[in-house]
Design a protein around this ligand. Structure first.
Ligand SMILES: *Cc1c(COP(=O)(O)O)cnc(C)c1O
Length: 447
């Protein structure tokens, strides 16, 4: 192994600026790819002025349910709303607790406060995935449900999670926003729990604009979710079995308007046709990329062994796990900085910050009742999170590029940037400020 000066210290970068043609980079990394048919379908909605109708949305829902393998699918204006509807549909209410992994986007669980319920944060494992071994600690007599998040497309370990949920009589909601179409042991994510909901917004793997979908096999959940956010379909055509809902037709029961914009559902119908094929190609490329880095100290791919029948769907925001001890304590922040200097900016540390660290879950009083909303109905000491979930902060991680297709020459170059930093990491030890390991509240300037 020859010593090479790292670019962050003034050496030659592995991928000098401009050495990958702009069109190649666009094809390789573009998140939302639209066919001419998708653009024409969107244009038709615009020209017809049918943004707010539901005819195209109804067709999309049928096609989505068939693809997902569930009896029902309902489209929403975004993923957060679809997850909110799922919470209403399972009956989440005042004083209930819902368990959620601490490392996820806020839209997985913050809405629980709107129902007078409380989020309880569960720890994660090295793959940044809900740790089933920490679930039972989180269960109390108030626990109503578990929010399972297939974070960064890594399928959660559903066998033990479902076993624990059944044993304690808990509902299970799956947040599939990162892993649409992914598999756990041959079975589609989003078909394990009572209901699943997901975002199809424009940077997600299944990118359709601003859109969400809820899927379920339960007629009751379908009807309740429909009535929650769809005033125009809260009527006898849709609500046939839930007698308790029948006095309340024509107004959305959540006091929210969840209807999808048909520009997005028109695009989504076309995206769905190409999605599985695109994901297969992404998996070929990403598995090839990770194979090139196999065996290096300090990093492990966050991916599943596909021979188990599981897969990583479209490798949404792919990350690696980071083990500083194997690199003489080099901080992941300095590691990522060094990789960015080699490859033109494709490596960030941290992913989402852990939710339990946000003041929303410590002190925020949504309804001005004088108590932080999260602990209004329980005697939880929120400082416990820092003790019991703090190990989550030690699960260091860094991002890697997501390649849309297998181009071995280009992928080899990106892999070489990571390899160079690892093989020459000693050069960084002196300049390492050992700063906080980082993460992001997406939408802020620290993105
Ligand atoms: C994006 C996302 C959501 C929310 O979806 P929106 O469509 O942005 O409202 C929920 N959960 C997770 C895990 C997400 O990444």
């Amino acid at each position: 192994m020859k010593e090479e000066k790292l670019a962050v210290l003034g050496g030659e970068p592995v991928i000098p600026a401009g050495s990958i043609p702009a069109e190649t980079a666009d094809r390789l990394f573009r998140k939302m790819i639209l066919t001419d048919e998708a653009k024409a379908a969107a244009m038709q909605v615009i020209e017809a002025g049918s943004f707010s109708f539901t005819d195209i949305t109804e067709k999309f829902q049928e096609e989505f349910a068939a693809w997902q393998g569930t009896k029902y699918a309902i489209a929403y204006c975004n993923g957060t709303m679809s997850l909110t509807a799922a919470m209403f549909a399972i009956g989440l209410g005042e004083g209930d607790e819902i368990i959620c992994p601490t490392k996820t986007y806020w839209g997985s669980v913050s809405q629980a406060l709107n129902f007078g319920a409380s989020a309880v944060f569960c720890n994660i494992n090295d793959m940044l995935s809900m740790d089933p071994g920490d679930l039972e600690r989180c269960i109390t007599p108030r626990t109503k449900a578990i929010m399972v998040v297939h974070y960064l497309a890594y399928p959660c370990d559903m066998d033990p999670i479902m076993e624990i949920a059944r044993r304690h009589g808990l509902k299970v909601i799956e947040d599939v926003s990162h892993a649409q179409g992914g598999l756990y042991k041959g079975k589609k994510l989003g078909t394990f729990g009572d209901v699943a909901a997901m975002s199809l917004m424009s940077t997600k793997s299944l990118a359709c604009g601003e859109l969400g979908v809820l899927v379920t096999d339960s007629r009751e959940i379908y009807e309740r979710a429909m009535a929650f956010g769809h005033y125009e379909r809260n009527n006898a055509n849709y609500i046939t079995e839930c007698d308790d809902l029948k006095p309340y037709f024509h107004i959305a029961l959540g006091g929210v308007k969840g209807r999808a914009n048909q520009v997005c559902t028109a695009i989504a119908r076309d995206q769905l046709k190409h999605y599985d094929e695109r994901c297969r190609e992404i998996r070929r490329a990403m598995n090839y990329f990770w194979d090139q880095l196999e065996g290096l100290p300090g990093i492990r791919p966050i991916r599943v062994d596909e021979s188990t029948g599981s897969n990583m769907a479209g490798f949404y925001e792919p990350h690696g796990a980071y083990y500083p001890d194997e690199l003489h304590g080099l901080s992941v922040k300095r590691f990522a900085e060094a990789v960015r200097a080699e490859n033109g900016g494709h490596c960030y540390e941290g992913a989402n910050f852990c939710l339990h660290t946000h003041p929303l879950f410590k002190t925020f009083d949504l309804t001005h009742c004088g108590t932080p909303s999260r602990i209004r109905y329980n005697d939880r000491d929120v400082r416990e999170d820092d003790r019991l979930c703090d190990p989550s902060l030690e699960k260091y991680c860094f991002s890697v590029p997501r390649f849309n297709y297998l181009d071995k020459d280009v992928i080899d170059r990106y892999a070489a940037g990571y390899r160079k930093v690892i093989e020459n990491h000693r050069q960084l030890l002196e300049s390492d400020a050992k700063e906080a390991q980082g993460g992001r509240w997406y939408g802020s300037e620290n993105q």
